[in-house]
Unconditional design. Sequence first.
Length: 142
Amino acid sequence: MLYQRKTLPDTLMGDPAPLPTELVGLSDACLADLSAAVPDAAVELGYVNQGFFPFTPPPPEPEPVDELHKVDFLRLFTQAERIAIRSAAKVNPIVEDYQAMLDAATVIRLSDADIQEGIPDLEDAGLIGPGRAVQILAGENP
């Protein structure tokens, strides 16, 4: 088990690590404030006003999403954005072509050059909200 050393009240000191051997066996309550629990030992060991707290590592970051089913890709857009894009495709041949390419795809890769270039174009055209291209390309739902 790893412990995080802190000066009290709560300034982190160093990286989480196993307990120093001289502290093994102390309860978590004693470890939380060595000066109060074992004052002489805290002075002798140089741990005055310090404590050791069990460390639980944060969960790993999720893997970035790159490949999506088409419906999951469409869910990255709001309903209003999807409607605006479909409406624009009826009158704008460039948007129509982009929509046709999406319709022909079996999966959508966010790293694909057409996606990387096309989504910001949708934002520039006002079909999706400001800042939405970055969110969509990151695979973030609205």
